[in-house]
Design a protein around this ligand. Structure first.
Ligand code: UDP
Length: 476
């Protein structure tokens, strides 16, 4: 195997080496995502990009997460163990216990999987592991393989947590404003909730900061972002590790269209309703408010009420994703009363919705996938962050990319309906709405250009492919 340092220094090759199928081993990456929707989505898309460029992919998830038919696109799905045998057990588990169990059971079962694949004539060359599972690197190294970490958050958020990891930023943060390299000055309200109030989220800070364990030894550091979106943060991170932005990791049809039939992530942990596209079809362009808080957020009943009141007050059409587990918090009869104007669904194909011309704005929790999807499809946002890095993403949406606004909580800590109405009007029809839409168009083009042939993300992916191919062959 060639040494990590030497692969990093290998100059970029514009085309992968030609392989003779009879004599050459096709490079093989084992992909280890953390089993939540927001982590599986970008890692499956990255896998499709690699597969499209000639890499064999095995996608390994804990039992009960996916079936092999779900992934499609020439991606083999294998099962590893996290110590739990169903999604329900996993969801109910204490997150810290789950992570510990995943580390032990995952290390053992992934090692066995690598051995099984080798014995089956499909040796793995590189393990691409989710940063939530830093044990993936130890597994890769114990088997003499390349290890590549995959971050599902922005490089700007990485700067924050890396400073905590290095002991350069003390937690909990007590200053009103902090200044970190590569980032604009950040108010406390712009910071990830886990470093502001770690006590409130037991185990979360450990997990997020733990993402940097061993990262400097990782052969590649992938980030699902676009270099140009946060150039300074990327440059600063590059001083310490081999950062490669590879985003937006969303289906190709919405961007460069180079991967045939790549229309959806191809797997969902939730069951989608199917009435909403017909409903959207009947609405005029840019008239509908789309509301979704992703796959994890649990709003309080009074927060749902504020949102419901705001949607009613805007007088606009709205499509609101309320997961089945959250429906009981809606005001009584709201769905019936709103039926003239609004549609409530339990899950949808968010990309299809965001790409529809009827959508005028996205009221979002600013989970990074949702933010990047809206940015890639040029949809203005109203950010209502709930936890984790969402406040930082909302800050960038409003003040750096200027393609939306953030709704702020009142003195009681609640985002009130007046504030929500103000923000929706601001992005849909206010004085600044045209500028926001213009910026949204600009970022959409930039995102597409990055992943299209020769763009910054495409070059990074190609460089990895070329190096892995080189490495795989030199091992023979
Ligand atoms: N999503 C979806 N349908 C929905 C709501 C969300 O397909 O009705 C997808 C969305 O496109 C995104 C993911 O779920 O890819 C949510 O990830 P994000 O990082 O935004 O938030 P999280 O769920 O991790 O909080």
């Amino acid at each position: 195997m060639i040494k990590p340092q030497s692969i990093l220094n290998t100059p970029h090759k514009s085309k992968p080496k030609e392989m003779d199928p009879k004599t050459e081993h096709k490079p093989h990456c084992l992909i280890l995502p953390y089993p939540s929707q927001g982590h599986i989505n970008p890692m499956i898309q990255f896998s499709k990009r690699l597969a499209h460029k000639g890499i064999t992919i095995t996608f390994a998830v804990p039992q009960g997460v996916l079936t092999s038919s779900a992934a499609g696109n020439n991606i083999a799905v294998e099962t590893i163990s996290d110590g739990y045998d169903s999604t329900a057990a996993r969801v109910d588990a204490d997150p810290r216990e789950h992570l510990l169990s995943f580390k032990t059971a995952g290390t053992e079962s992934t090692t066995r999987l690598i051995e099984k694949l080798r014995e089956g004539g499909q040796p793995v060359d590189c393990v691409v592991y989710d940063a939530f599972m830093p044990w993936g690197l130890a597994v890769a190294k114990s088997k003499g393989l390349f290890g590549a970490v995959f971050f599902t958050q922005t490089s700007s958020v990485n700067v924050i947590y890396y400073n905590v990891f290095k002991g350069l930023l003390k937690v909990p943060v007590s200053e009103r404003e902090i200044v970190l390299p590569g980032l604009p000055p950040l108010a406390v309200s712009d910071l990830p909730s886990f470093i502001v109030d770690p006590e409130k989220y037991p185990g979360a800070l450990e997990l997020l900061v733990g993402q940097f364990e061993g990262v400097e030894d990782s052969d590649f550091v992938f980030v699902n972002s676009v270099y140009e979106l946060e150039e300074e943060a990327n440059e600063w991170m590059k001083k310490s590790m081999s950062v490669k932005t590879i985003g937006p990791a969303i289906p190709s049809i919405y961007l460069d269209k180079r991967i045939p039939h790549d229309k959806s992530y191809g797997l969902s942990l939730f069951k989608s309703d199917d009435i909403y596209m017909r409903w959207l079809q009947q609405r005029s362009p840019k008239s509908v408010i789309y509301v979704s808080f992703g796959s994890i957020a649990k709003l309080e009943k009074h927060e749902m009420e504020e949102l419901a009141t705001a949607l009613k007050l805007t007088g606009k059409h709205f499509l609101w994703v309320v997961r089945s587990s959250e429906v009981s918090k809606l005001p009584e009869n709201f769905a019936d009363e709103a039926s003239g104007k609004g549609l409530i669904v339990s899950w949808c194909s968010q990309l299809e919705v965001l790409a529809h011309e009827a959508i005028g704005c996205f009221v979002t929790h600013c989970g990074w996938n949702s933010t990047l999807e809206a940015l890639s499809l040029g949809v203005p946002m109203v950010g209502v962050p709930w936890w984790s890095d969402q406040a930082t993403n909302a800050k960038f949406v409003m003040d750096v990319w200027k393609m939306g606004v953030r709704a702020y909580p009142n003195d009681g800590g609640v985002v009130g309906h007046e504030e929500l109405v103000r923000c929706v009007n601001c992005v849909m029809e206010g004085e600044g709405a045209e500028e926001i839409r213009e910026n949204a168009r600009k970022w959409k083009e930039l995102a597409k250009g990055a992943i299209d042939e020769g763009g910054s993300s495409d070059r990074n992916i190609q460089e990895f492919v070329s190096n892995t191919m080189g490495g795989a062959m030199s091992k023979k």
